[in-house]
Design a protein around this ligand. Structure first.
Ligand code: NAD
Ligand code: IPM
Ligand code: MN
Length: 370
């Protein structure tokens, strides 16, 4: 079959450092599995503001539309924080998600062997954690009307949290589809005791659940959920929630794995096209030092192989390789707690170790992608 086209958008801060490792790993996947990927690079975020005057140049958007998937690093940083909202780096990401129709953001949170003591939480609390946050990505408070006006009493600002029934329905359905293939439990997270949009969300969730009799639906208020996620995380399977709630809860859930540098994401729409990026940001505090954890981006690349290309064997191999490298005790600094003796590695060394694992992994010839 023809080569799969990947738009590569490294972005700002640690973005280029971690994406470089993901592309190296994908080249190893091509070699090992006999598939063919074609990489085209584009500008996005602060770098694009500096070089092209806009965070999302039209040629970048067109490039993404011509490709089968997008691999993105991260955008943003202190240099652009004072820019007006329309030309902020983050605006590019929001625009890209919206323009590409990527309403469904999957953020899996796993346990890694060997990291039991890397979490801020006790090992017995994080034991058996295996959940996925299904975050609505193109609606809600991120995309509702914004206002900013001067009044005699001072400035007034607002962000509208608005949902159409169809927007809730398609994301909740996605959560049920995923739950059917997992532990068959959906937790719908809302603030229905206060917000009208949440009351609609709950009603739609109830309706959709009728179509999935073998999946259990529970509703949970978001404040309680934020607590339960660290109190009894292993009881969650699939969480589905509004855009901003999902943003916040997924960063919180990173504590379960041990670092935000381990959390990948896939943003999907109707077809197989997808955008793949780590959950974390551009980490300006460590950018340029070559010490960022590339695992989240490597695992995002694995999700791309699985969801956009159907290369399940290759996807498993990348995930397995990342897990193996960690299980063997290799750690980027974010995973080393004070007083722990571990084999410290930098971004590039971690990538090289993953490549070596993939190279040495066993592949049944009949499962090779073609
Ligand atoms: P952040 O996720 O960039 O960083 C939070 C903390 O986690 C920092 O201490 C950072 O060093 C650490 N961290 C993040 N990724 C890491 C990795 N791979 N390895 C090791 N440590 C890692 O969040 P922030 O500091 O709030 O935001 C910084 C900038 O990134 C802001 O401009 C924000 O808007 C942007 N941002 C972008 C995205 C994205 O592009 N998808 C996501 C979140 C934040
Ligand atoms: C994320 C980020 C983005 C979001 C920002 C950078 C717009 O935090 O992908 O989680 O809030 O969606
Ligand atoms: Mn976020």
């Amino acid at each position: 079959s023809r080569a799969k086209k990947v738009a590569v958008l490294p972005g700002d801060g640690i973005g280029p450092e971690i994406v470089e490792q993901a592309v190296r790993v994908l080249h190893q996947v091509e070699k090992k599995f006999g598939c063919s990927l074609e990489f085209s690079y584009g500008m996005i975020g602060g770098g694009a503001i500096d070089r092209a005057g806009t965070p999302l140049p039209d040629e970048t958007l067109q490039l993404c539309k011509q490709c089968d998937a997008v691999l993105l690093g991260a955008v943003g940083g202190p240099a652009w924080d004072h820019y007006p909202p329309e030309i902020r780096p983050e605006k590019a990401l929001l625009q890209l998600r919206k323009e590409l129709g990527l309403f469904s953001n999957l953020r899996p949170v796993m346990q890694f062997d060997g990291l039991e003591s890397s979490s801020a939480l006790r090992p017995e609390v994080i034991k058996d954690v295996d959940l996925v946050v299904v975050r609505e990505l193109t609606g809600g408070i991120y995309f509702g009307e914004k206002t900013r006006i001067n009044t005699p009493d001072g400035e007034v600002a607002s962000d509208l949290l608005i949902y159409h029934e169809y927007e809730v329905e398609r994301i909740v359905r996605q959560a049920f589809e995923i739950a059917e293939k997992r532990r068959k439990k959906v937790t719908s997270v809302d603030k229905a005791n206060v917000l009208e949009s949440s009351r609609l969300w709950r009603k739609v969730a109830e309706k959709v659940s009728q179509e999935y009799p073998d999946v259990t639906l529970e509703h949970m208020l978001v404040d309680n959920c934020a607590m339960q996620i660290v109190q009894r995380p292993s009881t969650f399977d699939v969480l589905v929630t509004e855009n901003m709630f999902g943003d916040i809860l997924s960063d919180e859930a990173a504590v379960l794995s041990g670092s935000i540098g381990l959390l990948p994401s896939a943003s999907l729409g109707r077809g197989t096209f997808g955008l793949y990026e780590p959950v974390h940001g551009s980490a300006p505090d460590i950018a340029g030092q070559g010490v960022a954890n590339p695992a989240a981006t490597l695992l995002s690349a694995a999700m791309m192989l699985r969801y956009s290309f159907g290369y399940h064997e290759a996807a498993n191999a990348v995930e397995e390789a990342v897990k193996q490298v960690i299980a063997k005790g290799f750690r980027t600094p974010d995973l080393i707690k004070e007083g722990q003796i571990k084999m410290a590695v930098d971004t590039e060394e971690f990538g090289a170790l993953v490549i070596k694992e993939i190279d040495q992994s066993e592949v049944a010839p009949e499962t090779k992608a073609n």
